[in-house]
Ligand binder design. Structure first.
Ligand code: URA
Length: 206
């Protein structure tokens, strides 16, 4: 149990939660983080959309396809990293989560971060960047920046990124997004470990 009373099970899942009436009404299910519970690289998005709500997994729609492509381009697979969201239930009509909803879910996110203790957190978009850094963020100009921030009772390294969906609206952001994800892999020292479990980097195979 964390300080503010949020319990996660052994796989970092939220067993049940009814804190946000509007989200309880709009969700089909709670969408927990996925990926290794000891991952060195943690991606944090805003909240589930329709696809995620249906499938119960973060970033499985079009944004998720972009993220998967960028990970692959960086020599990583989804299974090498952990992916989670600021809120775990789909907001109605895909609106942004409210300040209260973000606060209600914060204990779960902090507990997840505390358990992983990742080398690097990558914030995907303005909402998670502002939420975790507790300041306003001009995400387009700050994307690619690394900062240290106090999160879940420790100093954490955070790499800010635009949301993968931004590359769908504005194709010119794609290269920058891919570069940021490649940089994340380098900074976290994460290489492909879903290659049969050898734990070797792809470079090590040559
Ligand atoms: N956008 C997010 O921020 N999170 C998801 O899980 C999917 C889309």
């Amino acid at each position: 149990m964390t300080e503010n009373g949020n319990a996660l099970d052994a796989d970092l899942r939220v067993p049940s939660c009814e804190r946000c009436p509007a989200l309880v009404a709009s969700r089909s299910q709670i969408v927990d983080g996925v990926g290794p519970t000891d991952a060195d690289l943690l991606f944090v998005g805003e909240g589930p959309g329709a696809n995620e709500d249906e499938r119960g997994e973060p970033f499985v729609g079009r944004s998720g396809d972009v993220l998967d492509d960028a990970l692959r381009d960086a020599g990583l697979a989804r299974a090498d990293v952990r992916i989670t969201n600021c809120v775990r239930c789909r907001p109605p009509d895909n609106r942004d989560p409210t300040t209260e909803e973000l606060a209600n879910c914060r204990g779960y996110l902090d507990a997840e971060i505390d358990r992983l203790d990742p080398e690097l957190i990558v914030t995907l978009g303005k909402v998670p960047s502002e939420h975790l850094l507790d300041r306003s963020v001009a995400i387009t100009s700050e994307s690619g920046t690394v900062v240290d921030a106090r999160i879940a009772d420790a100093s954490r390294r955070v790499l800010l990124s635009v949301h993968p969906a931004a590359t769908l609206y504005d194709r010119s952001q794609r290269d920058g997004f891919f570069e940021t994800i490649a940089r994340a892999s380098e900074l976290a020292g994460v290489h492909n470990r879903s290659d049969g479990g050898s734990g070797q980097s792809r470079l090590g195979e040559f």
